[in-house]
Design a protein. Structure first.
Length: 285
């Protein structure tokens, strides 16, 4: 009976890839690929979008071949839930940073801690729907904390004199992004969706915004369509504003779609301050 391992091996050979070259593209060891192909272990589910892209198939094709004790549907559900998981993680990480910045402001601190608690409860509820073995070794986790404790969190970033437009339909996510860019010295403006973003750009003088942080999934007009319309504006100084996509969908197909629409950069949720700062720095003119 065909297995995921034999399917990966067949596709690898079809694409003229060695185990070593496939491992290099995925940033894993040759041994890991060898184990997958012999069905001794499985790829981490976070690798599936990239693995599928390299092998020229869809994630659904890979999941269809995945035989996990006769219960492949659990893995499909887990993959589909990955977008839902990343969004609350983005809120948890962002609010944790903000709670530290406003340690002397009990009202704000409570607001951010409440948001962390709610998001964590949501995650626990979602994970309770999945039967998994996916448990960390306590000693490894303790060693990780010992290694990272006390280390500097972020390099110094200075965006004084820059104005950034944040486009995000979730109020709390907007606030997190706003506080992150303000903390680095930039001015911040916000829009709750694509239509509001376009209106702000068209109603503002040229040069008002130096960069846009654009969520992809929004109810009124998604980020892909919004950036397409920005690129088609008659005012060249407005149509050329750098736009960074921020999304929980980190698949290769989404990245390709974002860049094809006119995005300049791509940041995955949950986006920590350093990742966001580096992406902003790389795209500011």
């Amino acid at each position: 009976m065909p297995t995921l391992g034999s399917y990966i091996r067949t596709l690898r050979i079809k694409n003229s890839l060695t185990q070593s070259s496939l491992a290099g593209k995925l940033h894993v060891t040759d041994k890991a690929v060898s184990k997958w192909e012999r069905d001794l272990s499985y790829p981490d589910i976070s690798l599936l979008p990239k693995l599928a892209g390299i092998l020229g198939v869809s994630v659904s094709d890979l999941l269809r071949e995945w035989d996990d004790n006769g219960s492949p549907e659990q893995l499909k559900n887990y993959y589909r839930m990955s977008h839902d998981v990343r969004t609350p993680l983005h809120i948890i990480l962002g609010c944790a940073d903000l709670a530290g910045q406003y340690a002397d402001d009990p009202v704000r601190r409570k607001k951010y801690l409440d948001a962390i608690r709610i998001s964590a409860t949501y995650l626990l509820d979602r994970y309770s729907q999945i039967r998994k073995d996916i448990v960390s070794d306590p000693e490894e986790l303790s060693e990780y904390y010992r290694t990272h404790e006390g280390k500097a969190q972020h390099p110094v970033y200075d965006f004084h004199g820059k104005r950034i437009l944040i486009v995000e339909d979730m109020e709390l996510s907007r606030e997190i992004a706003r506080e992150i860019v303000i903390h680095a010295g930039a001015e911040a403006d916000c829009a709750a969706g694509g239509e509001e973003c376009l209106k702000k750009i068209m109603d503002s003088p040229a040069g008002t915004y130096d960069l846009i942080l654009m969520d992809i999934v929004m109810p009124d007009m998604d980020g892909i369509e919004t950036v397409r319309r920005i690129r088609n504006l008659n005012d060249l100084s407005k149509s050329a504003i750098p736009v960074i996509a921020i999304t929980a969908d980190v698949s290769e197909s989404m990245k390709e779609k974002a860049f094809a629409a006119g995005m300049n950069g791509f940041a995955a949720k949950p986006a920590g301050p350093e990742q966001l700062y580096e992406t902003i720095k790389a795209n500011l003119r």
